[in-house]
Design a protein around this ligand. Structure first.
Ligand code: JHZ
Length: 390
């Protein structure tokens, strides 16, 4: 596989490839990639993903800040909030608007610049134990540390958690959300696996991981975002919190499904192969019928789909996207051109593969005209077929 977010022009495309292989550990219950590219190759000064481009995500993060920072905390002048992987400051803007002291940390300079333009206090660093020490020299301990779609990206989880342990106030909460392993297995959304997503967490694995760092899983809250995520709340173990009833119920569901059984992962692997065959067969059929097929949204996930299924320009002529930084580039590995949504409309496609299936509602709502004009949307999660919602 190439680097999923390496959206650059054709002549700048790198030959770098790595083996995308996932494994499950029966002892710590972690599901993870076995080979990880160097993080510098993924998170750099031109990282092309901006959280704030999705209105759903903007609303989601506003709600998250309200749900987890009660007024008693926000009114306390001593409260300090950290967000790791703050990206363009979409979440921290809400914290800033409530007048709270905060700090965003993100390894990609270009996104940190966007956060700073909004007035958010942010530094470009790859969060680690070393960085946590630098933070504590300048700032107080944090009553809340947030991280959304971040920790699954961190190869050295133990070093990361040592940092959290160091920066988190005694009565503080570390709240993070990530794509959820059980959702991925149920939906066969194999496109969640790419270089940046080193881990797919479950309550089982997070409980074990927390224990290793003298932390405790206090709560877990399912989320609709990114095709099925889980929000975890960790506290210091000596605060003697027990897992909430909601958490216990979720844990039981994981056991019932067999998240601790190797068989479940072998079934997932077979399901992935079936989805791949079905998607390629559908695209070939449309091609044979001389249909114009494009893709909608040049997601990180699409890099896995296109390269795993071996889909190139012959089957999908272009992918349209709203990110200015991606327009004019080609998709990593498949070299399918990325164009603007406006340009896509002039090409009058018959079919559009919805690569941002996790934003289906937002996109179909925004693009009603396309649907009215007869364009058919293709999905591949949870099964391959057409979206008939209209
Ligand atoms: P979206 C990214 O994954 C990368 P991606 C990262 N690794 C991660 O973990 C998750 O996000 C959280 C386009 N788009 O959100 C814009 C439209 O064109 O599924 C983006 O290029 N129109 C950090 O890339 C892409 O989709 C729209 O209306 O898989 C983002 O896709 C919308 C909503 C998106 O994330």
């Amino acid at each position: 596989m190439p680097i999923a977010n390496a959206f650059v022009e054709q002549n700048l495309q790198s030959d770098y490839r790595f083996n995308l292989v996932a494994g499950y550990c029966p002892s710590c219950h972690m599901f993870q990639l076995l080979e990880q590219p160097n993080p510098d190759q993924m998170f750099h000064e031109s990282y092309p993903f901006f959280t704030g481009l999705s209105s759903t995500m903007r609303a989601h993060f506003k709600e998250m800040s309200e749900d987890h920072i009660p007024d008693a905390v926000s009114r306390n002048e001593e409260s300090f909030i950290i967000e790791i992987g703050c990206n363009d400051g979409t979440f921290l803007q809400n914290v800033m608007d409530r007048g709270m002291n905060h700090l965003g940390v993100d390894p990609s300079k270009n996104v940190v610049e966007k956060a700073k333009e909004k007035g958010v206090n942010a530094i470009d660093e790859f969060y680690s134990f070393e960085v946590s020490k630098k933070i504590s020299e300048r700032y107080p301990s944090a009553i809340r540390i947030f991280a959304s779609n971040v920790i699954c990206h961190i190869p050295d989880l133990h070093d990361f958690l040592r940092g959290i342990k160091h920066n988190l106030a005694l009565e503080g909460e570390f709240i993070f959300e990530e794509p959820y392993l059980l959702s991925m297995l149920k939906k066969i959304s194999y496109d969640q696996l790419y270089d940046e997503h080193v881990y797919m967490f479950s309550l089982m694995s997070i409980q074990k991981l927390a224990e290793m760092h003298n932390l405790v899983l206090a709560d877990a809250i399912p989320q609709e975002t990114h095709g099925g995520s889980m929000r975890y709340v960790l506290k210091h173990a000596d605060q003697s919190e027990k897992l909430s009833q909601r958490g216990l119920d979720l844990l039981n569901e994981e056991i019932k499904f067999g998240l601790d059984k190797l068989d479940s992962y072998q079934t997932f692997a077979l399901n992935c192969e079936n989805r791949k065959r079905e998607l390629v067969a559908l695209l070939k059929k449309l091609k044979d019928g001389n249909k114009v097929v494009g893709g909608y949204a040049a997601t990180s996930k699409s890099t896995t789909v296109l390269n795993y299924c071996g889909i190139g320009k012959d089957l999908i002529s272009f992918i349209s996207d709203s990110t200015p930084e991606k327009i004019g580039t080609v998709a990593p590995g498949s070299y399918i051109p990325i164009i603007s949504h406006e340009a896509m409309k002039t090409l009058k496609p018959d079919y559009l593969v919805l690569f941002a299936w996790n934003h289906e509602k937002e996109i179909l709502n925004k693009e009603q005209i396309l649907t009215k004009n007869g364009i058919k949307w293709i999905k591949f999660v949870p099964e391959v077929g057409f979206i008939h919602e209209q």
